[in-house]
Design a protein around this ligand. Structure first.
Ligand SMILES: Cc1cc2nc3c(=O)[nH]c(=O)nc-3n(C[C@H](O)[C@H](O)[C@H](O)COP(=O)(O)OP(=O)(O)OC[C@H]3O[C@@H](n4cnc5c(N)ncnc54)[C@H](O)[C@@H]3O)c2cc1C
Length: 500
């Protein structure tokens, strides 16, 4: 029997774990995952302080933005008892259970940092430089590499004139954990997205005077829609998510069910018309605004020693603290930038996975190093499944010219502006490559009930486990009961009929 091909996986977050599992599904691949921390789960490992080298981090009150049947492993669902929107410890427990169930942990080397990935044309293709917990350096050779170090790798803080003279505290949202130290303080939160919304309303509820500075304003998307269901399970049917304009209209409609006119709350500047320019999921925001605990501000113009001047000329005096909820930059520190970007900093990534500039793009895969609207997990899984099928030779990448044409067709994917894509059409493309894209007409012939769910039901990740490589026998049931399973945990009381 031919020796197994060795695959190095960098990072043991969700992307790394689905990559290990996908490798194990191919008989000829042997994964070794390197994780710089002492635990698996990546960002879902809450820590009271930032860990060395950590980019994104959770605050104590984080609750998922995606509901549980949309943000799931496609062949390992959450227990029915989990709430529709899960607090972060529930998510971490599930990730740990996934690793245990598929016996993934024995393939992970903890406390091991991958410093560098170099091509090595003698023998194995890649040479990894690795640092262990005693700072001892070593090198190891592999046939393939999967980089799973997250797109949100480096905290991004904008700079403003006078910032260096400011006497108050400034932190990035990845350092924020809980609200107590902001009680009684005058705080400016900068940003117009999820963390900005949740952090401002949490510190406002806990006694801070909060000013939320968002350059372009934002939409507020409620977690629960008018029909009592999570927005995503309710709105994200295939016909909606496959069309950009329909998806946008559905999301804006959901926002308007809570606040019909966002400009009444000072939330939309003239430039912001569509939801893709700025949105947050923050159920508490309109109450904090209405009660004057959060004041919306335009963008910052400059800092002074104690004050902040905004672009409309307003001066806020004696500011105690600024929290920058301004996101993360796209960096892939372990590999050479020239493998990814052309001279104009445009990334040449085939299917956002394979660096087409390399001589052998089929030997290196970037898993979930992109940003996506909606849950990240199903995309990471499909990318990992495609990558290992390429490694194993079931899928052959096209020639360079064809890859280039495919790349050029897509909207630009630039250095430091990681690419933000609507996921559904992209997921269907990946599913097609693996051979797991469901066909409506085939379903209509074979299983009309499922065909109706295909047309009108939510586009849950289980659809890509119905048939083909990696099929999971539980998929059909989970698809048909996706809504029931989402709300199951809410049925704590007997219904009126049951009570009689
Ligand atoms: C506050 C917050 C809320 C979020 N909410 C949601 C949500 O509701 N839904 C959703 O889908 N996503 C959410 N996310 C996004 C989250 O990042 C993804 O869900 C997903 O877990 C990312 O997984 P990952 O494996 O790509 O990255 P990570 O979880 O960041 O894992 C990367 C791993 O790589 C390791 N690593 C990095 N570099 C090296 C190296 N050189 N050598 C060895 N190891 C290395 C890191 O230690 C880490 O363990 C949220 C993120 C944050 C910060």
């Amino acid at each position: 029997m031919a020796p197994k091909q060795r695959v190095a996986i960098v990072g043991a977050g969700v992307a790394g774990l689905v990559s290990i599992k996908s490798c194990l599904e191919e008989a000829g691949l042997e994964p070794t995952c390197f994780e710089r921390h002492d635990k698996l789960g990546g960002v879902w490992n809450y820590s009271p302080e930032l860990r060395p080298g950590q980019g994104p981090a959770l605050y104590n009150s984080v609750v998922c933005n995606d509901s549980k049947e949309m943000m799931t492993f496609s062949d390992f669902p959450y227990p029915k008892e989990n709430t529709p929107f899960m607090p972060h410890p529930m998510v971490l427990r599930h990730i740990q259970n996934y690793a245990k169930h598929f016996n993934l942990e024995k393939h992970i080397r903890f406390n091991t940092d991958v410093i560098d990935v170099q091509r090595n044309n003698d023998g194995k293709y890649w040479k990894l430089q690795i640092k262990d917990k005693d700072d001892k350096l070593s090198t190891e050779e592999f046939d393939y590499v999967m980089i799973c170090t997250s797109a949100f790798n480096k905290a991004f803080t904008p700079s403003y004139p006078g910032m260096e003279t400011f006497k108050g505290t400034t932190i990035h949202s990845n350092e924020y954990r809980e609200p107590s130290k902001f009680r009684g303080k005058k705080v400016v939160v900068v940003g117009g997205s999820y963390s900005a919304g949740e952090i401002s309303s949490e510190i406002a509820r806990n006694g801070a005077e909060v000013y939320l500075s968002a350059r372009h304003g934002f939409w507020i998307l409620p977690r629960i829609c008018k029909n009592g269901l999570p927005y995503d399970i309710s709105l994200f049917s295939r016909s909606v998510v496959m069309s950009g304009p329909k998806l946008k209209a559905a999301l804006e409609g959901a926002c308007k069910t809570r606040i019909n006119d966002h400009s009444k709350f000072g939330l939309q500047s003239k430039e912001i018309h569509s939801i893709d320019k700025g949105s947050m999921i923050c159920d508490d925001m309109q109450d904090r605004l209405a009660q004057g605990q959060i004041k919306p501000m335009v963008g910052i113009k400059e800092f002074q020693q104690n004050d902040i001047i905004f672009k409309d000329g307003t001066t806020l005096e004696n500011v105690d603290a600024v929290i920058f909820a301004t996101g993360y930059s796209f960096v892939v520190p372990t590999i050479d930038d020239s493998w990814l970007y052309d001279e104009s900093d445009k990334a040449e990534m085939y299917k956002y996975i394979f660096p087409a500039r390399l001589e052998h793009p089929e030997k290196l895969a970037l898993i979930k190093l992109l940003d996506i609207y909606g849950s990240h997990w199903p995309v990471a899984e499909l990318q990992a499944r495609v990558a290992v099928r390429v490694f194993a030779g079931h899928i052959v990448l096209p020639d360079k010219a064809t890859m280039k044409r495919d790349i050029d067709k897509r909207i630009k994917y630039e250095k430091n502006k990681y690419y933000y894509i609507p996921p559904a059409p992209y997921m269907e493309e990946l599913a097609d490559m693996i051979g797991v894209r469901p066909s409506f007409w085939r379903l209509l012939l074979m299983d009309p009930k499922l065909a109706m769910a295909f047309k009108y039901g939510p586009m849950v990740p289980y659809w890509y486990r119905l048939e083909g490589p990696g099929a999971w026998p539980g998929a059909r049931d989970r698809i048909l009961n996706a809504i029931e399973n989402t709300t199951y945990a809410l049925k704590g009381y007997p219904s009126v009929n049951e009570g009689k």
